[in-house]
Write a protein that binds this ligand. Structure first.
Ligand code: GTR
Length: 361
């Protein structure tokens, strides 16, 4: 791996396992568990913010919605869900749509934060998901808290004191996906060992953050997640900490701003986020024309996080000694990376990869 090793050296990344510990590294599961906790607290402190404890009870009101949307030629149960839980200042509820194929076996399920509540949607090929024997619970992230700078006054953001929890909105959406997981744990139709979290772009960042903190997810699919998602920040092209915090500072905790034009001083990089998902599966989608996200930096992040998977005794990203080209799909290990042609978008091509990966669990 001469080429890739050299490219990684140029990025000057912080080590997931600091040197002193590495030299007399003992492969104890306890060490890996402790290091994951340290990485998560670093990510909470420096980028995504801290979140409240999970609520004790999550209740769900379910109503048939097969007429409202479609039941896809009678192939699926489609329901509106209202998901509720107690917060520090009262009850909070948000809506989602559940689509479950009418088959006898337990099914793999995607938790999907989307930009809209439409079913199907240009980012949600619902019938194809059903035909692949999978279920999906989709929600409009604006129903949780608005995707705008509003002084944390909308939805879930308004329910908690931000002096107590430093979470930005990415962490809020991710935390909400865990509330959907709370519900899924009670569903007979769901194969609990095959639950994935998936999202595109800002919601791809969210999906990775969700799976990093919540080990009940067996697969995290980050589509075109880029800056503050899967892509390495050091040496990144396109969007960097300055741009993302200029436009979307409310996605993060305050501390992230310290790294504007100062990325070399970050005590982490985005491979730490992937490391916190290990040894569970990750599927990363990149698009050739998506220079803002930077497909090479997405790929190198996966290469570098592979070290952690190896410590757990698995292969991470199985890849050749070169940068990716259009059409590449590396899915031989626990990390899958694909680079498709075209622009920043959540396309059917991407979904077909994630469907393969969930079915392989
Ligand atoms: C962009 C943002 C990216 C990405 C994208 C999206 O404007 O700079 O980080 O999240 O939005 O969510 O579509």
């Amino acid at each position: 791996m001469i080429v890739i090793e050299q490219l990684l050296r140029q990025r000057n990344l912080p080590e997931i396992f600091p040197k002193s510990e590495k030299s007399d590294f003992k492969l104890t599961s306890n060490y890996l568990v402790e290091r994951r906790k340290e990485i998560l607290s670093l990510l909470s402190h420096e980028i995504y913010g801290t979140a409240p404890e999970a609520p004790e009870n999550v209740t769900v009101k379910k109503t048939d919605a097969s007429q409202k949307y479609s039941d896809f030629a009678g192939k699926a149960y489609v329901s509106d869900l209202v998901i509720s839980f107690e917060t520090e200042t009262g009850m909070f509820s948000f809506g989602a749509v559940e689509i479950v194929p009418k088959i006898k076996e337990k099914v793999p399920v995607f938790v999907f934060g989307n930009f809209r509540g439409d079913v199907p949607d240009r980012y949600l090929p619902a019938e194809e998901i059903i035909d692949n024997g999978c279920g999906v619970i989709v929600f409009d992230f604006n129903n949780v808290t608005a995707d705008k700078e509003d002084g944390f006054s909308s939805g879930l953001a308004a329910m908690y004191d931000r002096k107590k929890y430093s979470w930005g909105k990415i962490r809020m959406w991710a935390w909400t996906e865990s509330r959907i997981m709370d519900y899924l744990m009670t569903c007979d139709y769901a194969d609990k060992s095959k639950i994935a979290v998936v999202g595109h772009s800002r919601l791809g960042k969210t999906a990775l953050v969700c799976a990093a903190y919540d080990q009940r997810f067996s697969l995290a699919c980050g589509n075109n997640s880029g800056c503050a998602g899967d892509a390495l920040t050091r040496g990144k092209k396109g969007e960097r900490v300055r741009q993302i915090t200029d436009n979307f500072s409310y996605w993060f905790c305050e501390n992230y701003r310290k790294y504007r034009d100062n990325e070399e001083n970050m005590p982490f990089d985005q491979h730490f986020l992937l490391a916190a998902v290990a040894p569970r599966k990750i599927a990363l989608g990149a698009a050739f024309e998506d220079e803002w996200a930077d497909p090479d930096s997405q790929y190198l992040s996966a290469c570098s996080a592979s070290e952690v998977y190896e410590k757990y005794g698995f292969a991470g990203l199985v890849h050749p000694d070169r940068l990716p080209v259009v059409g590449d799909r590396f899915s031989g290990g626990q990390i899958c990376y694909h680079l498709r042609a075209g622009k920043h978008f959540f396309s059917r091509t991407d979904w077909l990869v994630y469907l393969d990966e969930i079915k392989k669990l």
